[in-house]
Write a protein that binds this ligand. Structure first.
Ligand code: ATP
Ligand code: MG
Length: 264
């Protein structure tokens, strides 16, 4: 059974896609079999993985609507060692078209069920909204990774997201838990960033990942080359942080493995 994580935060531009792409590449780098699912009509994770969103025969859109099997839409990242279920603008229409369908929030979960043996990790890049697409991501996942910038308004939006996750846990997916908050685009010279970071540790304790991803221009440059930052410039501070994050994730889940097995 793969570990399935949704990378979610309804705020825009907080580093969801950068985290998904780089964690996928960093996990793949350690030999894990990884699938990245792009659930955002912007298709940034698709392009950032070196897959051309304008040249797709099938995408996550057809999979969600039941028009194509998941296998037929899969692509291999041309720059990272992982698979991609790609997306493009077509997906924007799914929001409305899904409303008519049965089990509309479980379409992704159902589509993944026949692929559990193919991967060790499945990472889902969610769009910046608490929408039906994000709901599909949360229903399919075991856990949520929340990237956030350490700024004042970051905390404000967090309670909406946490409440949504609690609701999904109660009503739709009892497996769902918050895996952790990942501090990204961190500037250690900023007093506010340090204050917010300390607040997060106080309130969320071990739900805050130890790894902190610094603001690093190499991570921002990499997508324009269709590359994960960890491939584009492995020695950069940003890439090193995501490589460390992958090790932290593997460590957490190896610890949890025996517990999960005991429950089953
Ligand atoms: P959206 O909500 O639009 O999907 P997002 O949450 O996926 O956005 P990203 O696209 O990952 O956010 O990041 C937003 C911008 O910040 C991008 O231009 C990205 O390259 C840049 N960025 C992300 N992380 C870092 C970082 N650690 N250092 C510098 N720039 C970063
Ligand atoms: Mg994004």
């Amino acid at each position: 059974m793969p570990k399935i994580f949704a990378i979610a935060n309804q705020k825009g531009g907080v580093g969801k896609t950068t985290t998904t792409v780089n964690l996928a590449a960093a996990l793949a780098d350690t030999g894990q079999r990884v699938l990245l699912i792009d659930l955002d009509p912007q298709g940034n994770a698709t392009m950032g993985s070196g897959v051309d969103k304008r040249a797709l025969k099938a995408s996550v859109y057809q999979v969600l609507l039941g028009l194509a099997p998941l296998a037929s839409a899969l692509q291999r990242s041309s720059t990272g060692r992982y698979d991609v279920l790609p997306s493009n603008r077509e997906l924007a229409g799914a929001e409305i078209e899904l409303v008519e369908l049965d089990a509309r929030e479980r379409r992704l979960k159902d589509a993944l069920s026949s692929h559990h043996d193919d991967y060790d990790f499945i990472l889902i890049d969610c769009p910046p909204a608490l929408s039906l697409l994000t709901l599909n991501g949360l229903c399919a996942a075991h856990g949520v990774i929340i990237p956030m910038q350490c700024e004042y308004f970051a905390l404000e939006g967090l309670s909406d997201l946490v409440n949504t996750i609690k609701q999904v846990h109660r009503n739709l997916n009892g497996d769902l838990e918050i895996i952790g908050l990942l501090r990204v685009m961190f500037d250690p010279r900023s007093t506010l960033a340090n204050q917010v970071s300390a607040q997060l540790e106080e309130h969320f304790a071990d739900k805050v990942f130890k790894t902190v991803v610094p603001r690093n221009v190499r991570l921002a440059e990499a997508p324009s080359y269709g590359m994960p930052g960890v491939v584009f410039d492995r020695s950069s501070k940003g890439a090193q942080a995501y490589l460390a994050f992958a090790v932290e994730m593997i460590g957490r889940f190896n610890q949890k493995e025996p517990q999960a097995a005991a429950i089953e």
